[in-house]
Design a protein around this ligand. Structure first.
Ligand code: FE2
Length: 324
């Protein structure tokens, strides 16, 4: 079944196309965050300007005609309202024009499922780490099938924390990847560490790191910030593995592109006899293919929604997201 997926929850406007299990296109246009970050109205304008060209590139890459598409999925949430609306309207327009099924997809579930597909894992503990989200999840069957939140951040997502630090240092682009680059060769200095059971918090850590700017070597602060945050995530993830007696672990979301985080989680998995996996970076960064993949699975299960009933939800909880 040929299904197209539209992703637009944050900085990336992505269009992916799947043919059953095969990903045949994954095109994206990403807003340049510069040193200032994301201004919602500006990012939405960027998506509007790039939607058509990105869609055309995806169809061309897939080597199909748009008319051959049999289903469409889009990111319903969570995300930035004006950005989500651009993807929603693009998907609705395609569905209405072709008179095909449309399905709203939870962004986080799409991240986890594409990681499971690439890692060939069945029922892993999933560490989902991105800008706005940091959660530890597991798919459970009761009382209804859903992703249960085993642990999560009490405040901001680890990605937003790293981006915020990057902005404080005026790194360009103001991303976690710039912090990772700066951290190379840094030395450890103690910073606040907050884990409560399987939950964690990042604002105290961020405040302390920002306060050290000008007083310590930026390289050392970046290194210590990253090591502390990732250690917190590893401790909570390890506890989740032990409490659920799980033997599989995956990491997904934008921050899963971090080589250091994957190294640390790989050690956690090894020490606990668990298989560990993740998707290639292209699919951990926001992308349309993961939305197309999730939509295809939902449509195959007979789940779709009338175009008129489709909407967006900025704070769409993952435990309420459609699963198959
Ligand atoms: Fe994401």
């Amino acid at each position: 079944m040929l299904v197209i997926g539209i992703e637009s929850s944050a900085h990336t406007f992505g269009v992916g196309i799947v043919d059953g299990e095969r990903i045949i296109a994954n095109e994206k246009s990403s807003y340049n965050v510069g040193t200032w970050g994301m201004i919602p109205s500006k990012v939405a304008e960027f998506h509007i300007s790039n939607a058509r060209a990105t869609l055309e590139r995806a169809v061309e890459r897939a080597g199909i005609d748009l008319e051959e598409i049999e289903g469409v999925g889009y990111t319903m949430g969570p995300g930035i309202g004006p950005c989500l609306q651009v993807g929603e309207l693009t998907a609705k327009t395609i569905a209405a024009k072709l008179n095909i099924d449309i399905v709203p997809v939870h962004h986080g579930i799409a991240h986890i499922e594409i990681a499971k597909k690439f890692a060939k894992l069945k029922a892993p503990i999933a560490l989902y780490v991105s800008g706005g989200n940091s959660q530890i999840l597991k798919l459970v069957e009761k009382p209804t099938k859903h992703y249960a939140v085993l642990g999560e951040t009490f405040d901001i997502g680890v990605g937003n924390m790293l981006d915020n630090f990057a902005r404080s240092l005026k790194l360009n682009p103001a991303w976690g990847s710039s912090v990772a680059k700066l951290a190379e060769g840094g030395k450890y200095i103690p910073l606040p560490y907050t884990v409560k059971g399987t939950d964690f918090a990042f604002t105290g850590l961020l405040t302390s790191a920002v306060e050290k700017i000008g007083k310590a070597d930026p390289k050392d602060i970046a290194f210590s910030l990253q090591e502390t945050a990732f250690s917190m995530l590893c401790e909570a993830t390890e506890r989740s593995l032990l409490l659920t007696n799980s033997r599989e672990l995956c990491v997904c979301g934008g921050v899963a592109q971090s080589k250091r985080l994957k190294e640390m989680l790989s050690d956690v998995a090894k020490e606990n006899g668990a298989r560990f996996g993740y998707a290639p970076d292209e699919f951990n960064a926001d992308n349309g293919a993961m939305i197309a993949y999730a939509a295809e699975k939902l449509i195959e299960k007979g789940i779709s929604v009338p175009v008129k009933k489709c909407g967006i939800e900025q704070k769409y909880r993952i435990d309420r997201g459609l699963v198959w």
